[in-house]
Ligand binder design. Structure first.
Ligand SMILES: NC(=O)c1ccc[n+]([C@@H]2O[C@H](COP(=O)([O-])OP(=O)(O)OC[C@H]3O[C@@H](n4cnc5c(N)ncnc54)[C@H](OP(=O)(O)O)[C@@H]3O)[C@@H](O)[C@H]2O)c1
Length: 329
């Protein structure tokens, strides 16, 4: 009999998540039935979306939502051999018995010298989000100037690097001097520590006196209010995330930038990475190729131990991570 450890949501988050919102539980797993597999988590992901999605996709008492890379340890499904690895949205659990719905084998030719954890980050959902935001939503062109915030994180760090591959000028904003130093290492043209800069408006103007053609939005709120007026006419904005809003108990209000959007004829489009699912296999190959060519650095912030998942999640929302936040079981 295999026993799984799970982290459940005891109470819906109210403001910033706290330790008492989570409970570690043990669960006896049944043997897999025909068509099912038993999985053992190897790496788990903590992501900002878990904060807003928990409110709309979860009930109190349920296992926290989330993706993991897991090893198949028992199989009654011919498509999933014992010993192979899969990516699945199994939630915050060490072991899972499930049918194969929603499981994706990790890329067949995944190189042995590349950590499987990247399948949750730069060669997974974070990298895909960056790629689609730039190509499908913004239609970024060589020679354009791009602004990205939360730039040292899982998505933002890939956004900046792909934009450099495409021959663009990239300005990135992040929340510490160490993060800003990392962005410079990645080849960002100009960097801003939004926490210590006196005037964000002035810093963004100085970083791109020619204005911004494209804006990859990860943060929202006041940052957005400052950035939108600095866009060029017909500028494009990909609204990927709004992490500065996720822990609000009272919704933030204005300033509202509708007149800016009208006068500058801006195009703003929200998107979810899942919209472009049909492109994933080909896109993952491109991300892997850039990584192998040394054009894409994949930084990770690894927390050891399943028991530390809530701490890693809360740390992510406080900006502790540089690169993709991963839990190694
Ligand atoms: N649309 C989609 O399909 C999709 C998919 C994946 C991710 N996303 C969104 O993309 C964004 C980035 O996600 P990620 O996975 O790459 O996370 P991440 O950037 O690796 O981690 C979150 C980072 O956000 C920053 N942050 C936290 N609170 C902030 C605040 N109040 N104001 C400004 N920055 C704050 C922190 O960095 P600093 O130290 O720089 O503040 C933190 O390290 C999130 O908004 C996420 O929801 C969307």
């Amino acid at each position: 009999m295999v026993q799984a450890k799970t982290w459940t949501l005891t109470k819906h988050f109210d403001g910033f998540p706290k330790k008492s919102d989570f409970e570690l539980k043990l669960e006896q797993l049944p043997e897999p039935k025909d068509g099912e597999v038993m999985l053992e988590a190897v790496f788990l992901s903590v992501d900002p979306y878990m904060r807003p999605f928990s409110r709309v996709r979860m009930n109190e008492g349920e296992v926290m939502i989330g993706a993991q890379v897991a090893k198949v340890i028992e199989s009654k499904n011919a498509a999933f051999a014992v010993g192979s690895h899969v990516m699945g949205y199994c939630g915050w659990r060490t072991h899972t018995v499930c049918d194969a719905t929603g499981l994706t084998p990790v890329m067949a030719d995944w190189p042995e010298d590349v950590s499987l954890s990247l399948a949750l980050g730069a060669i997974g959902a974070s990298g895909l989000t960056a790629l689609y935001g730039l190509e499908e939503v913004l239609g970024l062109q060589a020679g354009e100037t791009l602004l990205v915030n939360a730039a040292s994180g899982a998505v933002g760090s890939v956004v900046g690097q792909i934009a450099k591959i495409k021959g663009c000028r990239v300005v990135g904003s992040a929340g510490s001097d160490a993060k800003v130093a990392f962005l410079k290492e990645l080849g960002f043209d100009r960097t801003i520590n939004y926490k210590t800069v006196g005037s964000l408006d002035q810093a963004l103007r100085e970083a791109a006196p020619e204005g911004y053609d494209c804006y990859f939005e990860n943060v929202g709120g006041p940052f957005s209010s400052v950035a939108l007026p600095l866009m060029n006419d017909f500028g494009r904005v990909a609204v990927c995330g709004g992490i500065s809003l996720y822990n609000d108990t009272t919704p933030q209000t204005g300033p509202y930038q509708h007149l800016t959007i009208i006068y500058k004829q801006l195009k703003m489009e929200g998107f979810l990475v899942t919209r472009f699912e049909h492109k994933h296999p080909e896109s993952l190959k491109r991300l892997m190729a850039w990584m192998k060519e040394g054009k894409l650095q994949c930084r990770e912030h690894i927390t050891e131990g399943f028991d530390n998942m809530p701490a890693a999640f809360m740390g992510l929302l406080q900006g502790e991570n540089t690169g993709k936040a991963i839990i190694k079981v």
